[in-house]
Design a protein around this ligand. Structure first.
Ligand SMILES: [Zn+2]
Length: 224
């Protein structure tokens, strides 16, 4: 068994969604300053770095990330789907409709946009591909086994298309009857760490265990 990390490490250079807070990792008690031990104060918006959105992100009565149990973050029928996108493009039903997804519980869309995270962070942040609300509704209606959707983009909302982005999140989180359960959404995934040749047996998502917050930074493991 081999584990592959599909999440980024958070540091002070981590890209963050425009309009949110820059991460700060500040030394507090330091041996070099006469203390007998080292500590740090970490100031990070909960949607910074690879993170998992739960319904409470957009729906006040929705579940918070700390309401979920570990089984709900374990996926034994994952699919990592290549879905190449140009800057600013929106993934639609047409991009997904031919793909066999029967029984899939976790769908990660690899747009190839991860290359801009290092290469051109302005493009990564301001021209990221998104997903259409219709595509999410279609997935939830036709593949009720899907509990988690993720992509290698700073958000599933295309930046600069805020209205559509809100609809996209609501399409994932609403509790409409006739659809599968509200989805967990993973954003800023590191998917260039894995190829189609790798047989991914399962995906494990480990969000920070913090009370109150709607969503949380997370570690994502692929088990090969
Ligand atoms: Zn988020």
């Amino acid at each position: 068994m081999e584990y592959r990390l599909l999440s980024y490490i958070i540091d002070e250079n981590s890209p963050f969604y425009i309009g949110t807070t820059k991460p700060v990792i500040a030394p507090n008690k330091q041996i070099s300053s006469g203390s007998s031990y080292n500590t740090y104060i970490i100031t990070i918006e909960n949607h910074c770095g690879t993170h998992v959105d739960a319904p409470a992100h957009f729906i006040p009565t929705g579940r918070r990330i700390s309401d979920y149990n570990l089984e709900e973050f374990t996926f034994n029928h994952p699919l990592i789907l290549d879905c190449p996108q140009d800057p600013g493009e929106i993934i639609t039903v047409d991009d997904l409709s031919e793909v066999p997804m029967e029984g899939v519980d976790c769908l990660f869309l690899r747009t190839g946009f991860g290359k801009y995270r290092e290469g051109d962070v302005d493009i990564y942040l301001s021209q990221n591909p998104g997903i259409s609300p219709d595509a999410i509704g279609w997935l939830r209606k036709n593949f009720k086994s899907i509990r988690c959707l993720g992509m290698d983009s700073i958000s599933i909302s295309s930046f600069g298309n805020e209205k559509l982005g809100i609809k996209t999140h609501l399409a994932a989180f609403n509790a409409d009857k006739g659809l599968g359960k509200p989805l967990l959404l993973v954003e800023d995934l590191k998917l260039d760490n894995i190829s189609q040749k790798d047989a991914v047996k399962s995906i494990i998502i480990l969000p920070w265990q913090i009370g109150l917050i709607d969503s949380a930074p997370c570690t994502v493991l692929a088990v090969l």
